[in-house]
Design a protein around this ligand. Structure first.
Ligand code: ADP
Ligand code: MG
Length: 741
């Protein structure tokens, strides 16, 4: 690793960047970041020096205890400075391991140092070099040695500052002799490498970093200034200072997030939309025509939506409802009201399977209202359930012969023009970006003629903890369906230990005999060993291949050994789309009994005949995700089951899995997830594009409120942020990456 990156202590020595650099400098122009590392950084969203410096450590290693060799004792971590007096590589007798043995000397004595399987270190530590080493001491007395320490070369003059008692070196070390930042290691980027890149950048920019936080806001709330905070968060003088710095940045992220949300809200409030009055007779007729009774939560949400539509301001409402809570029928009611008033509706879904499913459903429940419904996907187009060409469909759309157009991303392609679009419905909204939504709205010719924009209804089944929705959806209108339709049976959830697996398999056989179907989800694969983490050898690509391997193995096992007589199939992310669709279709048509899959099982897909969900390695998933998996079953009158396989009966695991057993409500579960795992881990934070630090601070309700208040105050005085160009730029950047609506 070190060899490859050129990040040996040699290179780390007091050099600084030659070229001029500021926060907006692209990482490509930093001399020591080669193409391979550029790619890795970009994958993590690090494109500029600013992004790099805002990539914060998640913890610190305390290597500040610098002592003379004579005082060495088992334990630590300790830090030593001295001269290398001997170095050799030793092959152990089993020839499996290569030991690098060094003798370190200072004025007070000599110390044995060992590294394992890093033979190239012999080129780094030539005899006579001065080094600073930090790590734990293992063994006793004469067998005592310093085990795999962190290391860096230091200049000879620095050594002289090591006085009798082992005083702190005046030379500013990077990897030893202080609190050392440890970064979340992803994409094969080691902390050591990041320190090697970040520190000189900090030194170079010491005096030219402008603080995006307005001075008044910063001073009134006692936050550290940027220059100090950024140094202290990476290379802190003490843990208290690191904490102060972290708090400042958490505030900064939350503040910018709040500004973004509030600004979007203000912008929308200035826009105009068509007011569509509520046609009560029509709504009553619709409700009466349904084969079931609406739940109270459905009625309430529908009413909120209809009220919004009747105002001349664009609606911007999110309909949150657990899987199976019946969001589609609520959306259909809004669509009906708009279509019958003479305007067009568009309904976008993230996958082809879902779009087709919606086409079928909507055609079904709106049948007696004689509306013209179209479907557009990347491959096919339908009009009133008949296949037509794309050209014909576009023609009809322009001529207002289509009332409701359902589709996939194909809806936001060139050439799609509506005559008078008034309502946009986006299903599984978290799967789309802000830009895609904007495109859909801009697409309307209607807007160009009347300067009005369509109403927007987004829907999601991803439960979001209240603290989070308060922050990111704070000023977005929210309707919640927190009640499942009557008659649904509670899904029986059980934790299954390895010894009880057989019994479960017998049970499955019984269910299949009764013509029910089964999902088996394979565990998520994570880098497990320290070695994997440390070297960063495991990247995401490799992990997903490992998942594929796990699916294949499970499939082999189940189809050959356990259920040779049943129809078993598999599904994973590396399959071609057509292949996946083929399998899903076969499963839907009951041609498959047991489907073994990675977590790719499509969100929202409805297989009512499936009654058993088995989750292998259930401890590896978050609560929200487990809940989503469970939501694939229990969609019919049959009793359904969810079996959580685990061989790790740890306390936290237990708490999590038990929460799933005791709780059926996705929103409550999301809250529990947040409590148990801590928000940093909360599944979906990546998906929303929220900075990690902001996510991690969401439990700090006070800080969240403080950030919102300050953001409001600033915007009241200066809604365009004219006086704060730095803030304006940051808020603008946010737009590119966050997925809010
Ligand atoms: P989701 O909210 O996950 O999108 P759907 O809209 O797909 O859920 O609805 C799930 C199923 O529940 C559908 O088959 C739908 O017909 C049915 N459904 C919706 N509302 C009710 C209700 N009030 N009573 C009974 N069944 C309902
Ligand atoms: Mg749905």
């Amino acid at each position: 690793m070190d060899r490859m990156s050129g990040c040996g202590p040699e290179a780390c020595r007091f050099d600084s960047y030659r070229a001029h650099m500021d926060l907006s400098t692209p990482i490509e122009t930093i001399p020591r970041i080669g193409p391979v590392y550029q790619k890795k950084l970009k994958k993590m969203g690090i494109k500029t020096v600013r992004d790099l410096l805002y990539h914060f450590p998640h913890r610190y290693e305390d290597f500040s205890n610098l002592i003379p060799i004579a005082k060495a004792e088992p334990g630590g971590p300790f830090c030593f400075q001295g001269e290398i007096v001997e170095i050799k590589n030793i092959r152990t007798f089993r020839k499996r391991m290569m030991l690098t043995q060094v003798t370190l000397a200072d004025k007070t004595g000599k110390l044995k140092v060992l590294w394992f399987n890093q033979p190239y270190l012999i080129n780094t530590f030539k005899k006579g070099t001065f080094v600073c080493l930090a790590g734990k001491i293992t063994g006793k007395d004469s067998a005592m040695y310093l085990s795999s320490p962190a290391y860096e070369k230091i200049p000879a003059f620095a050594l002289r500052s090591l006085g009798e008692g082992g005083l702190r070196s005046k030379f500013d070390t990077t990897h030893t002799g202080r609190l050392i930042p440890v970064y979340p290691e992803t994409e094969g980027l080691s902390s050591r490498w990041l320190r090697f890149i970040i520190k000189p950048a900090l030194q170079e920019l010491k005096n030219q970093m402008l603080d995006p936080l307005p001075e008044t806001v910063r001073k009134e709330n006692n936050f550290l200034p940027l220059q100090k905070a950024i140094w202290q968060i990476h290379f802190p003088d003490s843990l208290e200072e690191a904490k102060e710095a972290k708090k400042r940045f958490a505030f900064e992220e939350l503040f910018i997030l709040s500004l973004f949300v509030l600004k979007e809200r203000l912008k929308l409030a200035r826009e105009k939309a068509i007011a569509i009055s509520i046609n009560l007779d029509l709504i009553k007729e619709f409700v009466k025509s349904l084969p079931f009774k609406l739940t109270n939560a459905q009625k309430k949400s529908a009413w909120q939506i209809l009220k919004d539509l009747s105002r001349p301001r664009p609606m911007n409402r999110l309909l949150e409802g657990d899987v199976g809570s019946g969001k589609t029928v609520v959306a259909a009611m809004a669509a009906l009201n708009v279509a019958k008033a003479g305007y067009q509706v568009v309904f976008m879904a993230p996958t082809e399977i879902l779009a087709k499913q919606h086409n079928k459903t909507i055609n079904g429940i709106l049948k007696k209202f004689n509306l013209n419904i179209g479907l557009i996907t990347g491959k096919e187009n339908y009009y009133k359930n008949k296949k037509i060409s794309r050209q014909e469909l576009l023609e009809k759309l322009k001529n207002d012969e289509i009332d409701i157009l359902i589709g996939t991303h194909a809806l936001i392609q060139e050439g799609i023009k509506f005559k008078n679009l008034a309502l946009v419905i986006i299903d599984e909204q978290h799967r789309f970006g802000v830009e895609q939504r904007a495109k859909l709205i801009q697409n309307s010719e209607f807007r160009i003629q009347n300067f009005k924009i369509p109403h927007l209804l987004s829907m999601t089944a991803t439960p979001i903890p209240r603290t989070l929705s308060l922050t990111i959806y704070g000023d977005l209108d929210l309707s919640i369906i927190d009640e499942l339709p009557k008659g649904r049976k509670k899904i029986i959830t059980k934790i299954v230990r390895p010894k009880d697996k057989k019994e479960t398999y017998d049970f499955i056989r019984q269910q299949v005999k009764e013509e029910r179907q089964v999902f088996v989800i394979c565990p998520r694969i994570e880098p497990r060993t320290r070695a994997e983490l440390g070297t960063g050898q495991v990247n995401q690509q490799k992990l997903s291949w490992m998942e594929v391997k796990a699916v294949k193995e499970e499939y082999e096992k189940l189809s050959k050994n356990v259920f040779p007589d049943l129809r078993v199939a598999m599904l994973h992310g590396k399959m071609k789309t057509e292949e996946k669709e083929k399998i899903m279709k076969a499963f839907k048509n009951r041609k498959i009994d047991i489907l073994v899959s990675t977590s790719v099982v499509e969100v929202g897909v409805d297989i009512p005949n499936a009654t058993v969900m088995i989750i292998e390695g259930s401890e590896k998933f978050g609560l929200a995700q487990l809940h989503q998996f469970r939501g694939r079953v229990g969609r019919s009158e049959y009793q359904s089951y969810c079996f959580l396989f685990t061989d790790r009966p740890g306390v936290t695991t237990n708490r999590r899995l038990r929460a799933l057993i005791s709780c059926e409500n996705g929103f409550e579960l999301a809250e529990k997830d947040l409590q148990i795992r801590g928000p940093g881990d909360f599944s979906g934070s990546r998906q929303w594009g929220i900075p990690d630090l902001a996510m991690a601070s969401l439990t700090d309700t006070f800080l969240v409120a403080q950030a919102r208040e300050e953001a409001k105050r600033i915007l009241e005085k200066d809604p365009e942020l004219k006086k704060y160009p730095l803030l304006k730029e940051r808020v603008g950047k946010f737009r590119e990456r966050i997925h809010l609506e």
